[in-house]
Design a protein around this ligand. Sequence first.
Ligand SMILES: C[S@@+](CC[C@H](N)C(=O)[O-])C[C@H]1O[C@@H](n2cnc3c(N)ncnc32)[C@H](O)[C@@H]1O
Length: 255
Amino acid sequence: MIKHKNENNISQKIGRNFSKHAHTYDNHAQLQKLMAEKLASFLPSDTPEQILEIGCGTGLFTKYLLAKQAKKIFLNDISPGMIKHMRLKISLPPYSQIILGNAEILKFQMVDMIAANAVFQWFKNPRIVLGRLKTYIKENGSLVFSTFGPSTLAELRKVTPLESPALLLSKNEWCKLIQEAGFTVNLSTKESHKTFFPSTLSLLKNLQQIGSAPTQMTSPKILRQLINDYDDICFTKQGVYANWELLYFSAINKQ
Ligand SMILES: C[S@@+](CC[C@H](N)C(=O)[O-])C[C@H]1O[C@@H](n2cnc3c(N)ncnc32)[C@H](O)[C@@H]1O
């Protein structure tokens, strides 16, 4: 029970961090935009009547869901700041409903599809969450999501003493968890992606501006060391690079 409370505290902290940087998120979330576009191609061609989006953030993926013209769309996020920015940007239809809170413990209504772009890496216990989410998806309904794999920022994690609460599972680990939760995986894809930044500092700032920087703060001395170490590994004529492993899944609830 205490563990559950602590886990909710960590999630609330993640939500606060996203709220703090919500105003800079859209300008810096290039990778999440790319993921949203690709994930949209995995959406079922028949429009699901009821959709739940988890971790909708500022709505980068929501716009693809709204284009489906479902009868009802529930938009969830743990961060009030991200939701606020989405509402400023997107004029939400009357059939939409915002659900603020931690998707790991919230109760939802039954839907035909649950979707999430670049969110599941923040779950503390994906096995339990997937089991719970299955109970909210109707028979033959879909679960469609993208997340980050273990090669994501591997070089940065090698040189940094900082810890991130993000959980980076491999494609096979996710497939196993999805199947154990009772879904049939009908599509799973892995993509490698490289992005370039003018400097290591600008990479770290980018992570901060999208609310994904390691939560623990560090001293200027450790930061300098980190920058030197990262430059040693990833500096090129084009700037410093960062590697990302992008994972996409589509699964069916076969009951
Ligand atoms: C990287 S952003 C992605 C936002 C959006 N899906 C997109 O495509 O840009 C991750 C989002 O997940 C939300 N989030 C993280 N943990 C969550 C949780 N346990 N429950 C609900 N939302 C969560 C964050 O607040 C943030 O808005």
